[in-house]
Design a protein around this ligand. Structure first.
Ligand code: GAR
Length: 205
């Protein structure tokens, strides 16, 4: 059973899908800690409802991302965390935490990376950009986190067709539905040791 920490900033529907998948045993692991960068995040309530320890670390309380990440490292200390899942976590992590948890931090992004990723590309902005570009497909990507935004090796992807009448909102809904399946699958594979360190198990659906 792996020990998982989930980092959140918002509503936490991906956190919920991970909680549910641990409960059913689909993920052979336990979420032992949820860290939020936003004290008002509904994700914190989801964690509390499930008896999961929570912590809040606000980015503006720290001078730079290294100090911010040092505060997070302090919270993680002694908790024996095998995997950190970013689930709608809107802060960039410093090199210190990325080095300490090398290839043990993964993220879900609501597009087919490397397209529609990078600084400022999060949440609804991603779907607006996809619709504007008239792309035929969008989807979601689970990838390892490195020091660049939305950049580390891809672990799994799921494609979603963009229909002519899709709006950013309808596309977001379709992609989110797939995220809730893809993220637990990727975490399960990680727990079972079925993912290469270079993201070699990349799958396009
Ligand atoms: C999800 O769509 C996730 O992919 C996205 O934020 C949403 C969080 O929703 N993440 C990013 O855009 C990261 N670049 P949730 O809080 O309901 O899981």
């Amino acid at each position: 059973m792996i020990r998982i920490a989930v980092f959140v900033s918002g509503s936490g529907t991906n956190l919920q899908s991970l909680i549910d998948s641990c409960k059913t045993g689909f993920i052979p692991g336990n979420i032992v800690l949820v860290i939020s960068s936003n004290p008002g995040a509904y994700a914190l309530r989801r964690a509390e409802k499930n008896g999961i320890e929570t912590a809040v670390v606000v980015r503006k309380d720290f001078g730079d991302k290294e100090n911010f990440s040092a505060a997070i490292l302090e919270i993680l200390k002694g908790k024996d965390i095998n995997l950190i899942c970013l689930a709608g976590f809107l802060q960039q992590l410093g090199g210190n935490i990325i080095r300490e948890y090398e290839r043990r931090i993964i993220n879900i992004h609501p597009a087919l990376l490397p397209d529609f990723g990078g600084r400022g590309m999060y949440g609804m902005r991603v779907h607006e950009a996809v619709i504007k570009s008239k792309a035929e497909y969008s989807g979601c990507t689970v990838h390892y986190v490195d020091e660049e935004y939305d950049h580390g090796p891809v672990i799994m992807q799921k494609r979603v067709a963009v229909e002519e009448n899709d709006t950013p909102e309808t596309l977001a809904e379709k992609v989110l539905k797939e995220e809730h399946k893809l993220y637990p699958e990727a975490v399960r594979k990680f727990a079972l040791g079925q993912i290469g360190l270079s993201g070699g198990a990349a799958e396009k659906g």
